[in-house]
Write a protein that binds this ligand. Structure first.
Ligand SMILES: N[C@@H](CCC(=O)N[C@@H](CS)C(=O)NCC(=O)O)C(=O)O
Length: 215
């Protein structure tokens, strides 16, 4: 099977996680961010992740990919237990986290941004709805302070170093991509329980963290 992703994309990380959890090999391709042709040909829209299955059919939508791989396995890994406290935490953090993270992406050494046109494409598209990146970069210290406070609250929600609810669940699929992208931000202070869960989920899913690219 073949999975098309962007490395910065949290939805793509969800799809990558399920292959790692099942130790199922998958060919990973990082598309340039301005490559519209490949996704359009595969699923009729410019959106990743896309899984091309062994029968050559293509599937979009990260959670459909997670369900597909999970349901084919004789040993499912994900409980459907959900934590209302985590859902609320993700919703609250979701109101501002992109203001911190999106301006960082095109200046990071990701494969999808390896050409000037791919960086320009991303910056134009995202600034059109989130606002001017330079203005958002001026808010960086305030946003880092906010997420640092929220990470302290997250520590109280985490039940085990290996799974947010104690055993692996879809909640881990939703949480890990956020934690992984935050490893791009050097100024984050990681509470020990959050750092332990971040590292364990990276190891269990074989999706590397981004400390090497942090700035
Ligand atoms: N609901 C979709 C959302 C996927 C999504 O928003 N992907 C973004 C990248 S993070 C994308 O491809 N956007 C189009 C673009 O970047 O031009 C899923 O869960 O797979």
């Amino acid at each position: 099977m073949h999975l098309y992703v962007y490395d910065h994309c949290p939805f793509c990380v969800k799809a990558r996680m399920i292959f790692g959890l099942h130790q199922q090999p998958v060919e990973l391709s990082f598309l340039l961010n301005d490559d519209e042709e490949t996704p359009n040909k595969l699923i009729g829209k410019k959106m990743l992740p896309i899984l091309v299955k062994d029968d050559c059919s293509a599937m979009g939508e990260s959670l459909d990919i997670v369900d597909y791989i999970e349901s084919r396995s004789a040993t499912p890994r994900l409980s459907t237990t959900t934590s209302p406290a985590l859902a609320q935490w993700l919703a609250e953090v979701g109101t501002y986290i992109n203001k911190l993270l999106l301006p960082i992406m095109p200046t990071t050494d990701f494969a999808e941004f390896s050409t000037p046109s791919s960086r320009d494409y991303y910056s134009a598209k995202k600034q059109a709805y989130i606002g001017d990146f330079d203005s958002l970069r001026e808010q960086r210290a305030m946003l880092v302070e906010k997420i640092n406070q929220d990470l302290i609250r997250l520590a109280d929600i985490i039940k085990s170093p290996h799974a947010v609810n104690g055993t692996l669940s879809y909640d881990d699929i939703h949480l890990f991509p956020v934690l992984r992208n935050l490893t791009l931000v050097k100024a984050i202070t990681w509470p020990a329980p959050v750092a332990a869960l971040r590292d364990s989920l990276s190891a269990q899913t074989a999706v590397p963290l981004l400390f090497d690219l942090a700035h």
